[in-house]
Design a protein around this ligand. Structure first.
Ligand code: URA
Length: 271
């Protein structure tokens, strides 16, 4: 299918609601195209609809959604100000993992949503949406660090449902969300060519270690968009190194198997 045939988000939603491209369509009550602001700077990508989402045709309206709304509120946002989508648009039976075939059949919708929204930052929620950008990577290793992929900036976070299963994941997710405003600010400063504040030399009230050896990249001058993108990527890379060894790998399953990560003291560096 030529996905550029979808001219706007409403067309995608209509097509999703009538989609029969995979077997999940047979058992759904409602497809869940995604929703939010067409001008959103932030796009959140979850896994797929659960029971409540299937009933209502809206993303993240169950228990995980309630926590997502709290997380958004913690950074001064409402769900109406961002866009919330999923890897797959129909609920798998018993909330099982989406299959590779199902994700492949559905990817045209998310691909076009990303193109149309053109968000400043994509926040992936959980391992399946992380896998769309960085296949095979561990969420426990990838979380909390901005990365660039195909000209887009991706910020992986654990799935909010992981906090419902394991209380200790809550603080990790809250911490990663709390960094989002600074990530956006840094991206915007870098795009506009303004000097980037040194995250190291600034006075810190935190008792945590700081990455005092990070070299400070030169701020790029405004120039051709592609060059600026490349400069942004370079700068982000400079800050992406974790301070301490990563926690042991543990692959989470948002709705069934708990995600577990020891509350981290190692992700101070925003990038
Ligand atoms: N979990 C998801 O990944 N997406 C939803 O929409 C709801 C729960």
């Amino acid at each position: 299918m030529n996905t550029s045939a979808f001219n706007n988000l409403q067309e995608i939603a209509l097509r999703v609601k009538n989609c029969t491209d995979c077997a999940l369509s047979a058992d759904r009550t409602n497809a869940v195209p995604g929703e939010g602001s067409e001008d959103a700077k932030l796009l959140f990508i979850g896994e797929g609809p659960g029971q409540q989402e299937d009933r209502q045709g809206r993303p993240f309206v169950g228990a995980a959604g309630k926590f997502l709304e709290e997380l958004l509120a913690s950074i001064g946002l409402t769900r109406e100000q961002v866009f919330i989508a999923n890897m797959i648009k129909c609920r798998p039976p018993q909330n099982r993992d989406p299959s590779p075939d199902e994700m492949a059949a559905c990817s045209k919708y998310l691909d076009r949503q990303i193109e149309l929204l053109n968000p400043e930052l994509i926040v992936t929620l959980g391992r399946f949406s992380l896998g769309r950008f960085f296949p095979g990577e561990s969420i426990t290793r990838a979380r909390g660090k901005v990365r660039e992929k195909d000209g887009r900036f991706i910020y992986p976070v654990m799935h909010p449902a992981a906090a419902l299963h394991r209380q200790e994941n809550r603080s990790v997710i809250v911490q990663d969300f709390s960094e989002i405003p600074a990530v956006l600010e840094k991206l915007s400063q870098t795009r506009s060519g303004a000097p980037i504040p040194d995250p190291v030399s600034q006075e810190s009230t935190s008792a945590e270690p700081v990455h005092s050896e990070s070299p400070q990249p030169e701020a790029p001058q405004p120039e051709a968009p592609q060059k600026v993108e490349a400069a942004v990527t370079e700068q982000l890379d400079m800050f992406s190194a974790p301070l301490l060894p990563q926690t042991a790998e543990f692959e989470p399953e948002p709705d069934t198997i708990p995600e577990t990560v020891a509350p981290s003291t190692q992700q101070l560096s925003l990038f």
